[in-house]
Design a binder for this molecule. Structure first.
Ligand SMILES: [Fe+2]
Ligand SMILES: [Fe+2]
Length: 294
């Protein structure tokens, strides 16, 4: 079994909340995930010292991590830099790898950069990256859990407002569902969402589970997550996925489970709960926590 912590929009800079970042590190120390995914917006304004803060934070994570950039990691007001060297600050002060891939015996996790210098807020996937990802997915063993990480969202959650999906979201989702992707992790909206591809792009194919993390460590939560901070905890079983949305509970001084969702891995059949639920029985959650089994 693998366990993944999905956090997002940590926004080093004025909106960053260091108490929450410390809470994330405690969460990681307590639960020892196999991988930590950060789905973009490391900084507020792509400034060197903000990237250095993000680097220091990630360096304190004692397990492997996979990070992709977000639109806030491209300079907004430094126009020359924005158009001529949009990822220069990211590369110099955080990482030269903009689209990392993580593999182990059970997981294949592919990062996609959806933040481009000529867009202010909306994202897109470059065609050549989509083709590269297609090849990686095609060549992967069917036994691996296949995960795609992109900062911008591919589906519109129910309280979508004016936020548009990725420009080529439909084409990307068509590809991902046809190539057996199990899970897509995104951020950007600063609101959690847990759903699946068939709810928005019905194609009659096995659905891809889609998770949006809210902002995990900033004061930029939106709508129903205004002033709230969230992350997702994913347990990968041999034939099913169990996803918990965690929310920061200031009265407890830690992240606590807010909801729980079970999904079959469609590449595996038949599927069972096979021990995933049992270890959770003794876990604490806030009184309003709900368990949702599908
Ligand atoms: Fe953000
Ligand atoms: Fe964003």
């Amino acid at each position: 079994m693998r366990q993944i912590l999905h956090i997002s929009d940590v926004h080093f800079g004025p909106p960053h909340l260091s108490e929450l970042a410390a809470g994330v590190l405690t969460f990681i120390a307590d639960r020892q995930p196999d991988l930590v995914v950060i789905s973009g917006d490391l900084t507020q304004r792509a400034k060197p010292h903000q990237f250095k803060g993000a680097r220091q934070f990630v360096d304190q994570i004692p397990v492997p991590s996979l990070v992709v950039p977000g639109n806030h990691d491209v300079p907004l007001y430094r126009f020359w830099e924005r158009f001529l060297d949009p990822y220069g600050a990211y590369s110099r002060h955080f990482s030269e790898e903009l689209e990392p891939v993580y593999r182990d015996e059970e997981l294949l996790v592919v990062g996609i950069n959806t933040a481009h210098g000529w867009t202010f807020k909306d994202g897109r996937i470059r065609l050549h990256r989509l083709l590269e990802v297609a090849q990686v997915l095609e060549e992967a063993s069917p036994d691996l859990l296949k995960v795609v990480v992109a900062h911008h969202h591919l589906i519109p959650p129910p309280w979508f407002g004016t936020q548009r999906v990725l420009t080529n979201a439909y084409e990307a989702m068509d590809l991902f569902t046809s190539l057996g992707v199990d899970l897509i992790l995104s951020g950007h909206l600063h609101q959690s969402f847990i759903g699946n591809s068939e709810e928005f792009y019905p194609q009659g194919r096995p659905p891809v589970v889609i998770l949006h993390s809210g902002t995990t460590t900033s004061n930029r939560g939106r709508a129903r997550e205004r002033d709230k901070n969230t992350c997702n905890w994913i347990r990968v079983g041999s034939d099913s996925l169990l996803v918990s949305n965690f929310r920061w509970e200031s009265s407890l001084g830690r992240f606590a489970e807010h909801s729980r969702h079970w999904y079959p891995r469609h590449s595996r059949s038949p599927y069972t709960l096979e021990g995933l639920v049992e270890p959770l029985a003794g876990e604490e959650g806030p009184p309003e926590a709900t368990a949702i089994l599908r």
